[in-house]
Design a protein around this ligand. Structure first.
Ligand code: SF4
Length: 170
């Protein structure tokens, strides 16, 4: 059976980023694409935002992490709800590659702005990614940048194949 991997759409060169651009990953688009079937998803487009659109950032408001657009709109709930919906529908996947640093898709070290304007830190997880990872704890996740590291790449691919083998058996 074919190996299916979810991926942030922008990593495949789709022009879905806030600035109308993409973040094409050569490794994913050229090499990995030969061996797997990608399921591209862009949560920000899926919740009805177009491209281009106002950028979004993570904001720490009294300890609660919110996704706020540059226009002041709170997009936390729609991104979280979309993550929940997709987690329920993505059962056949064997892995997921997320776009680093995104307030929606970032797996770790996403910049979080503090309300006070002081102490902004790279400590967050994208709202959509956090929901997916919480709901699908056995699914291997990785970020595009980390896949440039041969050890992390090998580790991810091994986990994907192991899960796929298991899914094929049961
Ligand atoms: Fe869309 Fe995620 Fe890429 Fe942002 S990082 S453009 S939300 S797929």
């Amino acid at each position: 059976a074919v190996i299916r991997i979810g991926i942030s759409s922008c990593l495949l060169g789709q022009r879905v980023r806030f600035d109308g651009g993409h973040k094409r990953s050569d490794f994913c688009s050229e090499l990995l694409a030969k061996f797997v079937e990608f399921v591209p998803l862009c949560p920000e487009m899926a919740i009805g935002l177009g491209a281009p659109r106002p950028s979004i950032r993570l904001l720490n408001r009294d300890g609660i992490i919110l996704a706020q657009s540059a226009g002041g709109e709170d997009l936390t709930a729609p991104l979280r709800d979309y993550g929940r919906q997709m987690a329920a529908r993505l059962e056949g996947l064997s892995g997921y590659i997320l776009c680093a640093k995104s307030p929606s898709c970032g797996m770790e070290r996403v910049r979080v702005y503090h309300q006070s304007g002081k102490g902004n830190a790279k400590e967050g997880t994208g709202i959509y990614a956090a929901e997916l990872m919480r709901a699908l704890p056995l699914l291997p996740f990785e970020e595009d940048g980390r896949l440039n590291d041969p050890v992390l790449r090998e580790n991810f691919v091994t986990r994907v194949y192991a899960l796929h083998d298991w899914q094929t058996l049961v």
